[in-house]
Each structure stands twice: as C-alpha cells, then as structure tokens.
Design a protein around this ligand. Structure first.
Ligand SMILES: Cc1cc2nc3c(=O)[nH]c(=O)nc-3n(C[C@H](O)[C@H](O)[C@H](O)COP(=O)(O)O)c2cc1C
Length: 339
C-alpha cells in the first residue's frame, strides 16, 4: 500500500524543507518521531559549521532518520559536504541540476538523494543522474514554483518514466489532508510532500502572524513580485494578504533593493534587514511590519483551519488515508466491519 513507508522511513509523508529557516530542528524532529521524512533547510549561503549544529541539534531531539534540503540556486558546495559528512538519511535538492557524480558521492556517504522537479524534462535528468526518489511539484504548490503544470497531469507522467527504474515518486502541491494523499496515491505516487500544512504547525519557525493568516485566509496567487533581486526568475505562490491584494503592479525592473527596510530577522544565526518586497517570509524572530512581508502558501491553504502539532498532521494523514483506501478502494466501510 502506498501509505506505507518509502526510503526506509515508516511513512511516505515528507515535510518539505521550508526556506529560509522555517523547518528547523523542532519541526523536523517531531516529523521524524511521528514516522515522516523531516527536512531541515540549509542556509542560502555557505555555512557548514552552522549546518552541522542544526543537524546535531535535530539529533538531540530524535533518534529517527531525517534529511536536509538544499536550494541549488544559492552557494551550496560546502554545505553539501557537511551534510554528507554528517551522514543524514536524505539530501533533498531543488532548483538546479544535480549531476550523477554528486549523486554517487552522496551514495558513497550513505545519503539518499531526492530531487524536487517541476517538469517531465527535469524528472528525466534527475532519473538519469540516479536519484533515489523524485518529488513532483505541481503549480498548486506554495513557495517558489519551478514548473507550469498542475500536479494531476504532471504526476502520472513522471510516475510512468520513474516506475521502470523503480524510483519512488512523491507528490507535492496543494496536499493538506488524507483526501489529497489518497488522490496522489491513485495517480501513482508512493508518497506526498507537504509544505504549507507543515508551515501551519506548532513547531514551525513561521511568525505567529503568518500562521494566523494561513488559518484565516484562503486564497493564493502565482506571482513574481517578491525577492526579484535576490532570486531572479523565480516565480512563487503567495497568500493573498490584504497587503498583496492592494499592491500596485510593479515595473519590470523594480525589486526589493530600492525599497524601504520594514523589519529585521535573525536567519540561521545572522541578523538580516527585511526590505519591502523581499522574498523572505517572517520567522519567529522577525520584528517590524510583518503584514507587509512575503507569505508563501499553496492552494490547499483554504483547507487549513487550525495550527496543529506536526505529529498530529502525520497521524491524521495516515488515519484518513487508511479509511479512504478501505472505504473507496477496497470496498465499503471496513471500519465497522459492514459489508
Ligand atoms: C514557506 C515555504 C518555503 C519553501 N521553501 C522551500 C525550500 O527551501 N526548498 C524546497 O525545495 N521547497 C520549498 N518549498 C516548496 C515545497 O518544497 C513544496 O513544493 C510545496 O510546499 C508543496 O506545496 P504545498 O505548500 O501546497 O504543500 C517551500 C514552500 C513554502 C510554503
């Protein structure tokens, strides 16, 4: 059954790495303790010693396996060395090529590689590089969105090419509950990767105002207005906050650099100024005009009604999926034994 484990983990439920530091040790350890695949997020700059500390802190909170996500668009060589040295279970990569030679290096260190992709072409490249699993990101996804296709059409196409190589495929984008989980399994996925749902947990480092908005608001938009200078050509899906809804159209060359400073955050131990239109979401340390900051969210946000402990998210996903699979796929009503 698809709701069973992948890659040696108890369940095929992946907590997406949440940039820049929203998926920290507490979230990852609680996901791991509940049997899911928890992913830390490496800094967007080379900081191998700090990354080792994050990994060690996570190990002090769980003895279960977990991983680290790296965005390949930013400096990462030293960070990846630290990840392989520390021999975490999984290295997740996104937004760039990860060649065969690096996959082999990871394998030599005993680290499995999961590549998040947004198109069939990207999936083909990842498969020929020899990755251990692929996350297919649909256009519904929160945060940066690398492809154009919706999950329901892209996922089975990737499954078709990955299946012959025995590589598990994990679905990402808009999934928040057991219904989305089972739908992804029906499309051929072996697991699901949730970002927004884990953002709205007690353990995530998101600022309380951001978490509150995730519960209160239910619309998102695919846009390119945030963080244009720091990460050019990287569209993203954000929550339609009052600030975003009232934003005037930007000029083509307008970006965060010329905007006023509206707050400050400590991100991976570094003090950072946050300018208007920066692509940096508010974390627990952020002070300033929080409501005018970027707030990423996927289309499933309208289904999120409460902030939950991460372990509860996993427990409900598994229970709901089992009931749905029993009722709708294996026959009626297995819970009370009726025929
Ligand atoms: C706040 C936020 C930050 C994200 N940061 C990253 C990241 O650093 N690396 C990455 O691979 N994906 C990142 N993602 C995207 C997720 O990997 C995943 O594709 C997405 O969350 C799935 O859609 P969902 O949010 O609807 O569950 C982020 C998503 C959100 C909402």
């Amino acid at each position: 059954m698809g709701w069973r484990g992948i890659l040696g983990f108890e369940y095929g439920i992946v907590q997406a790495p949440l940039g820049p530091d929203i998926s920290g040790p507490e979230l990852v350890a609680n996901v791991a303790n509940a049997g899911g695949v928890g992913l830390l997020r490496a800094p967007d700059w080379e900081s191998p010693d700090y990354l080792r500390e994050l990994i060690r802190k996570t190990r002090s909170l769980t003895n279960k396996p977990f991983g680290v996500g790296v965005v390949l668009a930013f400096p990462h060589e030293e960070n990846i060395k630290a990840i392989l040295d520390e021999k975490v279970a999984v290295l997740q990569v996104y937004w760039g090529e990860f060649p065969r030679q690096l996959v082999l290096e990871a394998h030599r260190a005993g680290v499995k590689v999961i590549h998040q992709v947004g198109s069939l072409e990207e999936a083909e490249k990842a498969l020929s590089a020899g990755v251990d699993a692929i996350i297919v990101q649909g256009h519904e996804a929160g945060g940066h969105v690398i492809g154009q296709d919706g999950l329901i059409t892209l996922l089975p196409r990737v499954v078709d090419i990955a299946a012959s190589q025995g590589v598990p495929v994990i679905a990402a984008g808009g999934i928040v509950d057991g219904r989305g989980y089972v739908a992804a399994l029906a499309l051929g996925a072996q697991g699901v990767c949730l970002g927004t749902r884990f953002l709205a947990t007690e353990e995530s480092y998101a600022h309380p105002t951001y978490k509150h908005m995730l519960v209160e608001l239910d619309k998102t938009e695919y846009t390119n207005v945030f963080g244009r200078a720091r990460w050019p050509g990287a569209p993203h899906r954000v929550l339609k906050t009052p600030f975003f809804s009232n934003l005037r159209p930007l000029l083509e060359d307008e970006n965060e650099v010329s905007q006023p400073v509206i707050g400050h955050s400590t991100i991976h131990d570094m003090g950072k100024e946050i300018r208007l239109l920066a692509g940096t979401v508010p974390n627990v340390t952020t002070i300033g005009d929080i409501e005018r900051m970027a707030m990423y969210a996927g289309q499933g946000v309208g289904l999120i009604k409460e902030i939950l402990p991460a372990g509860e998210v996993i427990k409900r996903l598994v229970e709901e999926a089992q009931v749905l699979i029993g009722q709708q796929i294996c026959g009626p009503n297995p819970i009370n034994g009726a025929k």
